[in-house]
Write a protein that binds this ligand. Structure first.
Ligand code: NAP
Length: 292
């Protein structure tokens, strides 16, 4: 019996952190990748990636790292996407498929358009809806994407074969892959991920600047911990997401501010019916959500 070749002979991961590292681990574990080449700026992280078996070798020069790659995954913070693309694009083989994992999609697509002057057929925008508040390769793990969703936002220009390959790559990690329009993706993620991160950061920052913060945090219980866990996420990454998904995020923040003001008004006016019905509606909605 002849052995099946892996899905990807040579995979280049630019940004071997939580997401890039976890993808490499999952594909290696499945035996679906021949060689993984890592790329980043810091050698300490890349050396750890080799030691942990996440990548087979690395190069700190993205132009060299992508040489001969069948698939390049750009897994750097959103603010670094354009600069990375500028360096790698002239070096790519004609049939190399490029994808990204950025948390907002319009901005990455705009970066791609600026660099190429068009949307190339071999580019497949993607976003795994999975993560933790940790970063770096040491935080990566092979099961991160299992039973999670990965959203692809292919464009009219995207080649069917490239789209299919990236879909298959994510499916092999145990993820459920769905396709979505770019604007819809950014609106949905602004509501479900970007706004909650902003709220957690703002709450912790507000309390941390109070005079009696030590006393306040001493009595912080489980609810506070649950609500604010995501405020430990990487600030640069979340700064980049706010900038990249500005329009959709501002829309959600405006809506949230209106609702918060409405609740403040109800509390001020001792409008108990409004307070209670708001909480009842929210509890019903939360209890009916499938969240693990
Ligand atoms: P991470 O753990 O910090 O990894 C990012 C990696 O990119 C680091 O290893 C970093 O290494 C490298 N990097 C940063 N700037 C670079 C540059 N200019 N050139 C080359 N490498 C660079 O972050 P992550 O959580 O994996 O996030 C990566 C991407 O995934 C982001 O676009 C984020 O929006 C997206 N994402 C994150 C999550 C999440 O929950 N964390 C979920 C879905 C999608 P050096 O500093 O050594 O260069």
């Amino acid at each position: 019996m002849t052995e099946q070749p892996p899905l990807i002979e040579r995979l280049c991961i630019i940004g071997v952190g939580l997401i890039g590292g976890s993808l490499a681990r999952a594909l290696k574990q499945m035996g679906e990748v021949g060689e993984v080449v890592g790329c980043g700026r810091g050698e300490v992280n890349l050396q750890a990636a080799v030691r942990l078996g996440v990548v087979d070798r690395y190069d700190t020069d993205p132009a060299r790292a992508v040489a001969g790659a069948d698939v390049v995954v750009v897994a750097v913070p959103l603010g670094a996407m354009e600069a990375v693309l500028r360096v790698i694009v002239p070096q790519l083989e004609p049939d190399t498929v490029v994808t990204d994992v950025g948390s907002a999609k319009s901005s990455v697509i705009a970066d791609v358009e600026r660099v190429y002057g068009r949307i190339p057929s071999h580019f497949v925008p993607g976003h795994p809806i999975a993560g933790t508040e940790q970063s770096g390769v040491e935080a990566s793990f092979a099961t991160l994407f299992q039973r999670r969703r990965v959203i692809l936002t292919p464009l009219a220009e995207t080649a069917a074969a490239a789209h299919h390959l990236i879909r298959r790559m994510w499916e092999l990690t145990g993820a459920e892959v769905v396709d979505m329009g770019v604007r819809h993706h950014d609106a949905v993620l602004a509501a479900t991920s970007h706004l909650p991160h902003l709220l957690a950061y703002t709450l912790v920052d507000t309390l941390a600047r109070l005079d009696d913060r030590a006393e306040i945090f001493r009595y912080a219980a489980g609810g506070f911990r649950d609500f604010t866990r995501i405020a430990s996420s990487d600030p640069t990454m979340w700064h980049d997401i706010c900038v990249a998904n500005r329009e959709q995020l501002l829309e959600m923040m405006t809506l949230f501010n209106t609702e918060l003001a409405r609740l403040a008004e109800a509390i001020r006016n001792d409008d108990r019916a409004t307070i209670l019905s708001t909480f009842q509606r929210a509890k019903r909605a939360r209890d009916n959500l499938y969240l693990d």
